[in-house]
Design a protein around this ligand. Structure first.
Ligand SMILES: *[C@@H]1O[C@H](CO)[C@@H](O)[C@H](O)[C@H]1NC(C)=O
Ligand SMILES: *[C@@H]1O[C@H](CO)[C@@H](O)[C@H](O)[C@H]1NC(C)=O
Ligand SMILES: *[C@@H]1O[C@H](CO)[C@@H](O)[C@H](O)[C@H]1NC(C)=O
Ligand SMILES: *[C@@H]1O[C@H](CO)[C@@H](O)[C@H](O)[C@H]1NC(C)=O
Ligand SMILES: *[C@@H]1O[C@H](CO)[C@@H](O)[C@H](O)[C@H]1NC(C)=O
Ligand SMILES: *[C@@H]1O[C@H](CO)[C@@H](O)[C@H](O)[C@H]1NC(C)=O
Ligand SMILES: *[C@@H]1O[C@H](CO)[C@@H](O)[C@H](O)[C@H]1NC(C)=O
Ligand SMILES: *[C@@H]1O[C@H](CO)[C@@H](O)[C@H](O)[C@H]1NC(C)=O
Ligand SMILES: *[C@@H]1O[C@H](CO)[C@@H](O)[C@H](O)[C@H]1NC(C)=O
Length: 688
């Protein structure tokens, strides 16, 4: 091994003296170029924040674990592959991939692996290994050797918040002829450490009860004590019997061990057995007492409590999701994925990211180190970092690939596109695509604020964006084209279950309606374009729009709608991915909260597990006849609009005269409509 500084160390009694020019910068030959430099990119994580202090030079003999992230291929081609196995007209429908096939498809080209490996071998690096997800080359080497390789100098950096110290450099170089194969190298300019409030200080909310996409306790009304399984009282509270009757869902009679329904929870939303028991006894007697989900606890997550008061102190999301889903899927079982330690879940100024990335890490280990759009792994400052050494934190390492994904995952949480870096959204969306290739269906709520959304939780109300606050504010991740987004409907007071559903106006929150609109980050996908075209051809709103997407290049910035709208005066993006895809009941949904109490709650939080349960039931029937789970469903949904009750009443008006109407055909309020279970089953059972 050629290691000039080790030699120097021997000669000079332990003082590394090589390559030092101005502290932190090292000159490199003409054959090389700077690959990353702190503060060069606009990414905030590249500049040294006040929490870090640069200290002494890293000892030349210390061994550094080096990882070289290689540029991945096929990001663009992946969408076609997903369509090939999800388009109902395709002969390859339902032929899901294994995780190994997905890794292989996305792995860097052989050319990239060879070129970078050659460089390392030429420089005397030994024992280079290729990571499990094929995206990395890794080796261990003394700091002095890595410094010579990358024409850099490593310094210890001390994190004043967590007390952690780690090596990093201000810039490093790679040979010009292989630069395009390299995404980036660690240790490098990035500093990874447990997040702190300061780092995430620009993302805050104020009112815990008014958070997006979860039922608001403030909006809950006591369910009338007289309500029971009678279908004549559905107007006063939607019970499991009402929901099953409206969508013609017969009682379940199957349970395949591989087909539990998955539900995501976080944010101090706990379930408790007393609440479930009360609810089952009264409204769903076929579900035995003490039935409960299996908890998959991720990075210190907590899903269950035995304290009924604690279960509700922060909202009834988990109780709602479980009580809506069990009556529909029973005798099938439910698994709860509960993400992030209690310190992070309970942090008042938390969070727009909801733990989706740590959740995805836990169900797909390759995502932990997945590089796309110039981001590798979770984003420091937006996602939690483990171990979390702060009091109450999860002190283990980040959990990667520790749980299997269920076939269907229901997620009643979301934020807004406006709050996430573009690259962050695209990288995560690509992971939904990858899991779709493996047969997983992601079902997200479309939000509870019509075309508005909360950009910052320091505001108590949802807002629109842009210079005059007139541009609509799309929800995230509903705008990712590889998830199924669910809006909400209701049956107005005085009408019966035999009357048509309307686009939801949430009880006691008349300004809050079913979330919908068009993405600024993702274009309308092919499977949806006929539907959006038809909506614009027949029901174009009379206010202006724009037609542009955020720039193509990988972008660490937030989406800038002011730049997108330009001088058009436009209020929504005519070429963006439209959402929701479908809808389901989401108002006056009756839940049991323990101690014999029952409440009606509202929100797409309820609609989401209803739709997810229906897909779970369809999978149950397909598995029983030897077919695969349905996986990514959107192409089939849009190809068969007859599977839905078209909702043509109501709207999601907002943003000062903006918003949309529910109309014939797909609309950005209720999507294609609400499920006709027997027709859906018929269509999906007839697919290969
Ligand atoms: C259900 O509720 C309706 C209306 O309150 C009532 O007339 C009916 O008797 C109840 N049925 C049962 C079985 O309790
Ligand atoms: C919701 O339920 C309450 C209480 O049962 C009832 O008074 C109200 O009319 C219902 N609202 C709607 C929109 O159905
Ligand atoms: C249950 O939780 C509530 C709310 O945090 C708390 O006030 C109460 O003391 C807890 N009860 C028990 C028995 O732990
Ligand atoms: C939340 O953020 C605000 C504004 O930065 C700060 O004043 C407050 O102390 C924070 N609250 C908590 C619980 O961290
Ligand atoms: C985390 O774990 C390490 C090793 O087990 C231990 O030394 C340390 O005290 C723990 N820190 C906290 C905050 O629990
Ligand atoms: C869109 O409509 C055209 C014309 O009717 C049809 O040929 C095409 O198959 C449709 N595309 C999808 C994805 O449904
Ligand atoms: C990654 O970012 C660097 C600058 O930080 C840029 O030069 C490069 O083009 C980006 N890579 C991709 C694939 O966009
Ligand atoms: C957004 O774009 C507008 C118009 O191009 C520009 O003036 C503004 O500085 C941009 N905002 C940010 C945060 O980049
Ligand atoms: C939107 O729907 C509500 C009822 O859900 C209705 O009161 C309102 O007038 C409608 N707004 C428009 C602009 O049609």
């Amino acid at each position: 091994m050629r290691c000039p500084c080790l030699h120097a160390l021997a000669l000079w009694g332990g003082f590394p003296v090589l390559f030092i020019t101005v502290a932190g910068t090292v000159s490199a030959p003409d054959t090389h170029t700077i690959h990353e430099r702190r503060g060069l990119s606009s990414s905030s994580q590249s500049s040294l924040s006040s929490r870090w202090t640069k200290r002494s030079r890293v000892d030349g003999t210390s061994i550094l674990p080096v990882r070289i992230g290689l540029t991945q291929s096929n990001l663009e081609a992946a969408q076609d592959q997903l369509l090939r196995i999800s388009d109902p007209a395709s002969p390859d429908y339902g032929k899901h991939w294994t995780s190994e096939q997905v890794i292989e498809f996305f792995q860097p080209s052989t050319e990239a692996i060879d070129a970078v490996t050659h460089w390392l071998v030429d420089e005397g690096i030994e024992k280079v290994t290729h990571s499990d997800n094929k995206a990395w080359l890794a080796f261990d080497a003394p700091a002095c050797l890595v410094e010579a390789l990358l024409h850099t100098e490593y310094y210890e950096h001390f994190d004043t918040v967590s007390g952690v110290a780690m090596p990093a450099c201000d810039e490093y170089h790679v040979p010009k002829h292989i630069q395009h194969h390299i995404d980036y190298i660690t240790p490098g300019v990035k500093l990874m450490a447990p997040m702190d409030m300061e780092a995430r200080g620009h993302m805050k909310y104020k009112s815990r009860v008014k958070r997006i996409d979860r039922p608001s306790m403030a909006a809950a009304t006591a369910a009338p004590v007289s309500a029971n399984n009678s279908l004549t009282t559905c107007g006063a509270g939607m019970t499991p019997a009402c929901i099953a009757a409206i969508y013609s869902i017969p009682p379940g009679d199957k349970s395949d061990a591989s087909n539990s329904l998955g539900i995501f929870e976080t944010d101090l939303q706990f379930w408790d057995q007393a609440a479930l028991n009360d609810f089952f006894a009264r409204y769903s007697p076929q579900v035995p007492q003490d039935t409960h989900p299996t908890d998959y606890l991720i990075d210190g997550g907590v899903a269950k409590t035995s304290n009924v008061s604690l279960a509700l102190i922060d909202g009834p999301e988990a109780v709602l999701d479980i009580e809506v889903a069990y009556p529909l899927v029973w005798p099938q079982q439910i698994k709860i994925y509960d993400a992030d330690d209690i310190r992070i879940q309970s942090w008042y100024n938390d969070t727009w990211s909801w733990g989706f990335n740590t959740f995805l890490d836990a169900i797909d280990g390759s995502y932990c180190t997945y590089t796309a759009y110039n981001e590798t792994g979770d984003l420091v400052g937006l996602d939690p970092t483990y171990p979390d050494p702060l009091p109450g934190g999860y002190n283990g390492t980040l959990q990667c690939g520790v749980f299997e994904p269920t076939n269907v995952i229901s997620i009643s949480y979301g934020g807004t596109e406006a709050a996430f870096p573009i690259a962050y959204q695209k990288r995560q969306c690509n992971e939904y695509l990858k899991l779709g290739l493996q047969g997983v269906t992601f079902v997200f709520g479309s939000g509870d604020n019509g075309v508005a959304e909360r950009v910052s939780f320091t505001e108590s109300d949802a807002t629109c964006i842009g210079p005059e606050g007139l541009i609509f504010n799309p929800s995230w991740p509903s705008t990712c084209p590889y998830v199924t987004s669910v809006g909400a409907t209701y049956i107005p007071t005085g009408q019966t279950i035999y009357d048509p559903e309307w686009a939801a106006v949430f009880a006691n929150e008349p300004e809050e309606t079913s979330g919908g609109g068009f993405s600024n980050v993702f274009g309308a996908p092919e499977y949806q374009r006929n539907a959006t075209d038809r909506f614009f051809a027949t029901h174009s709103p009379d206010y202006p729009y724009y037609s542009s997407l955020v720039p193509e290049e990988n972008n660490p910035a937030l989406p800038n709608v002011t730049a997108l709208a330009g001088s058009t005066g436009g209020r929504y993006n005519r070429i963006g991915r439209g959402y929701p895809d479908v809808s389901a009941l989401g108002n006056n949904i009756t839940i049991g909260i323990g101690k014999g109490e029952f409440l009606n709650v509202a929100g797409t939080s309820a609609s989401t597990p209803i739709f997810a349960s229906i897909i779970n039931r369809i999978n149950e029937e397909r598995l029983a006849v030897g077919k695969t789970a349905v996986g990514f469903v959107n192409p089939t949904l849009y190809a068969h609009p007859q599977m839905f009750n078209d909702i043509t009443k109501g709207n999601n008006t907002g943003c000062d005269g903006g918003g949309f109407n529910a109309v014939q055909g797909w609309d950005p309020v209720t999507g294609l409509g609400t499920p006709k279970y027997p027709r859906m089953l018929d269509v999906f059972l007839n697919l290969p």
